[in-house]
Design a binder for this molecule. Structure first.
Ligand SMILES: [Ca+2]
Length: 598
């Protein structure tokens, strides 16, 4: 590769300009990305030539249509976004068609290509049930204001093959209704990311006159699943992948949603308009905080430092039992001896949360998903505000007079019925909570393995990303970074840890290409009393391009108020290591901690 000294210096200057990012305090400077090879500076003319009909562009899929090709001047940083370079934006669609449900479908994509390009391709993952085309700035997660475009990557996003504004059948639970169409299911599962990636890479090669040197993918939740899926199903597409809080067996997590709902119901107070117990009133905010404090009382010091963080989560799972734990504020049992008071939980509440946390089983006792980690991020008090991150999935907001948890009648429950059950069950929205209450753990779970009529793949086939054979990904030099908040209520962190254990068994030496970073206290992708601010793109690039494995990652909290401090940082450690206090130094600085096996 011919590279001039001047170009190297210029590129290094561009690369160093974006260091840091996100909220204070900055972590120790991570290794800088290596300078990119010199590339031709592309132009507005080359951008507009990508419009359909304006050029001789040959797309990998001939149904590809580009209907927007716009040049953007550089823009200054704002309070919520980093400064962006001048760039070309194109958007379009692939495989426009009509589904068997009579609705129109297409795979939309958006791509941004900076004139000063670092030679790298980046795709950002989706979220929820997808169905919206993002701005495609290259969101890197971890609460960072910098994005991949601001770092001079070419950045891609897709809507997953359906549009929530169009594919929104009110008779099939609205935005999850794409599940009525078999091809839309496959597009959501894997096909749209493959199609969009192929189109994006082709456009990059045409625009710059050369293909990308390396390609990266970062996503969380559904986007984390997409990252795992790409490493398994399309191992040649991406060199580096970050998969956060991955719903890699989301149809099973949906079963777990019915289980938590039924388990918590005995503690509910009152009923909703359909006569379903008000799950949101099973635990008040202060009740949930009692549980969180009891977890801290039993587990905080297990890592050697009483700091409001349970690093030694493995020891905590075996030691904590809400039925025998104490309320550390009173020294009295957490479970009320007599009547329910403000300083104890009723026996009904304790039994309910224990059953929910143990995970779903069928009548023979066979696990249907995984168990959940006891972690203080189930609640948390930031000043006078109780953390809602965990309860928004299982319980909903306490004050509501109707059920409003994502797992009770929100999108999580709806998507199981219409997207993951085969055949789909498009019931009225008002019946979703009652359906979760009537879920049968012997006869309903097989529907995620079922095929029927036009639905020729089961949900675990088209949406699951459970394979531990990453041979092709590893052999081409691929690197995978997984992360998961310990108090994630959407997908169990322990389930992701189990995947990593299976991967390590299946592929000895897996830590040479795949590492998992569990984040104590963090909820789903962010939030909670944990270190939810981090930049994983920089260490990922260093791993892929320089072979520098991430032995630890700098992280800090976006909500130091949970700890009563103004700032706090910690290292994130590769599983099974945890961050341990060195015994001296500032307890709020990551420099005082080292990664070690507990
Ligand atoms: Ca601790």
């Amino acid at each position: 590769m011919q590279t001039t000294v001047v170009a190297l210096l210029l590129t290094a200057a561009v690369l160093s300009a974006y260091g840091g990012g996100g909220s204070a305090p900055p972590p120790d400077s991570p290794p800088e990305e290596p300078p990119a090879p010199e590339v031709p500076v592309a132009s507005r003319v080359a951008c507009e030539a990508l419009m359909s009909g304006a050029t001789d562009m040959v797309w990998p899929n001939p149904t590809t249509v580009v209907d927007v090709a716009t040049w953007h001047d550089a823009s200054a940083a704002t309070s919520t976004s980093a400064a962006l370079p001048e760039h070309c934006e194109i958007s379009g669609s692939i495989a426009k068609r009509t589904g068997i449900d009579g609705y129109p479908y297409e795979i939309k994509f958006r791509l941004r290509m900076p004139s000063e390009w670092n030679g790298r391709f980046f795709m950002e993952g989706g979220g929820g049930t997808n169905g919206s085309l993002s701005a495609a700035m290259g969101n890197i997660g971890g609460g960072q204001s910098a994005n991949a475009l601001s770092r001079n990557f070419a950045t891609l996003a897709t809507d997953g093959g359906h549009d929530n504004a169009v594919n929104n059948n009110p008779d099939a639970l609205g935005t999850v209704s794409f599940g009525m169409d078999p091809q839309a299911r496959l597009d959501m599962g894997y096909n749209s990311y493959d199609q969009a990636t192929q189109a994006g890479k082709a456009a990059v090669a045409k625009f710059y006159g050369k293909p990308a040197e390396k390609s990266y993918f970062i996503g969380c939740s559904e986007g984390g699943r997409e990252g795992m899926m790409l490493s398994q199903r399309f191992p040649s597409h991406y060199d580096g992948i970050v998969a956060g809080a991955p719903g890699y067996q989301l149809p099973k997590a949906g079963i777990s949603g019915a289980w938590t709902t039924q388990s918590l119901a005995p503690a509910a107070v009152g009923v909703d308009a359909q006569g379903v117990p008000l799950i949101n009133k099973a635990f008040s905010d202060p009740d949930l905080h009692l549980l969180s404090q009891a977890i801290l009382g039993a587990c905080d010091a297990l890592d050697g430092l009483t700091d409001g963080i349970v690093e030694n989560h493995q020891a905590c799972q075996s030691q904590f039992d809400p039925a025998t734990a104490a309320n550390p504020a009173t020294g009295e049992p957490l479970q009320c001896v007599g009547a329910k008071t403000a300083t104890c939980l009723s026996a009904t509440q304790v039994t309910a949360i224990k059953r929910a946390m143990a995970g779903p089983v069928d009548s023979a006792g066979t696990p249907l998903y995984n168990r959940w980690a006891w972690d203080p991020g189930m609640s948390g008090l930031n000043g006078t505000t109780y953390n809602q991150g965990w309860r928004s999935w299982w319980l909903g907001s306490y004050a509501s007079s109707s059920n409003n948890a994502k797992r009770v009648n929100g999108f999580s429950a709806r998507s199981w019925l219409v997207d993951f059950a085969t055949p789909p069950e498009p019931i009225p929205l008002t019946q979703v909570a009652a359906r979760m209450m009537n879920f049968n753990f012997d006869t309903d779970p097989p529907k995620i393995w079922a095929k029927s009529g036009p639905f020729t793949q089961s949900s675990m086939e088209w949406h699951g990303a459970t394979s531990t054979d990453l041979t092709a990904f590893r052999d081409r030099g691929g690197k995978l970074m997984l992360y998961h908040g310990m108090s994630d209520a959407a997908f169990s962190a322990l389930d992701t840890a189990d995947y990593y254990k299976r991967l390590s068994t299946s592929m000895p030496g897996a830590d040479e290409f795949a590492r998992l970073f569990l984040v104590p206290g963090m909820n789903h992708c962010s939030g909670g009393p944990g270190m939810d601010r981090f930049d994983l793109l920089t260490p990922l690039v260093a791993w892929v391009e320089r072979g520098k494995a991430p032995d630890q990652v700098s992280a800090w909290t976006g909500n130091p108020g949970y700890f009563g401090v103004s700032a706090r940082s910690r290292p994130l450690c590769p599983y099974p290591q945890i961050a341990r206090y060195k015994g001296s130094g500032d307890v709020n600085s990551e420099a005082s901690f080292t990664c070690t096996v507990p």
